[in-house]
Design a protein around this ligand. Sequence first.
Ligand code: NAD
Ligand code: HJL
Length: 220
Amino acid sequence: MYVVVNAAMSADGKLSTREREQVEISGPADFDRVDALRAESDAVMVGVGTVLADDPSLTVDDDARRERRRDAGKPENPARIVADSRVRTPHDARVLDDRADTYLLTSEAAPQDFVAEISEAGAEVVSAGEQQVDLPEALAQLEDHGIERLMVEGGGELIFSLFAADMVDELSTFVGPAVIGGWKAPTLADGDGFVGEFPELSLRDVERVDDGVLIRWDVP
Ligand SMILES: NC(=O)c1ccc[n+]([C@@H]2O[C@H](COP(=O)([O-])OP(=O)(O)OC[C@H]3O[C@@H](n4cnc5c(N)ncnc54)[C@H](O)[C@@H]3O)[C@@H](O)[C@H]2O)c1
Ligand SMILES: Nc1nc(=O)c(N)c(NC[C@H](O)[C@H](O)[C@H](O)COP(=O)(O)O)[nH]1
């Protein structure tokens, strides 16, 4: 599986405010680039923290892009994936609407009645790991469902875990014209953080987009 991580961060590296309120860091050209990236992917993944904070739909907005997917024999939207160890996704979350297939990655710590209820609400449940989702195992199971190219849209905790599991192939960050600040504001990679050994990146290209900078890295 090829994994592309994409996120927008403020000039000081934050993904949202300390209240976890969303900030429009991207401008129109960057949001359009994100839409194109979704359209090129077999699935779009977030952590449940992002579902709880932003209630994203994770679908392709542009009609022509959805039509091109249909013409290529694909579903008009990529599948959606939520890493949600204990099933905290609300039943009325947009990711559970009928516009795309949705996989909920859970662990053995998920209460069985929650699993049954969320399946009723429209999610396909994939269990991997004891307390937290075992990402390599879960993503290997998703490969069996035809997911070869995965786009990850955050947040910081999930992105850290994917780097820790050595599963990221490409990282795109849009750095936008705002300072958010705050010790507790989510950043691009949160979790426990690395000490001593760090994932190394190789710079692919840099581009001016809207009033910010798009930086693309390969993860060799
Ligand atoms: N600017 C952007 O591009 C962008 C993108 C996405 C999210 N955000 C912001 O990020 C914040 C949410 O990020 P976050 O870090 O709180 O949550 P997150 O979206 O990274 O979700 C983390 C949760 O995922 C679950 N999870 C299951 N298995 C996991 C694993 N192996 N590793 C890590 N998590 C696992 C856990 O319940 C964990 O609490 C929100 O404020 C949102 O607005 C910003
Ligand atoms: N690329 C990007 N630039 C931003 O400035 C910003 N705030 C987000 N935030 C990510 C977050 O998860 C959003 O909620 C989804 O990008 C919205 O997704 P939908 O359009 O609802 O599918 N993402």
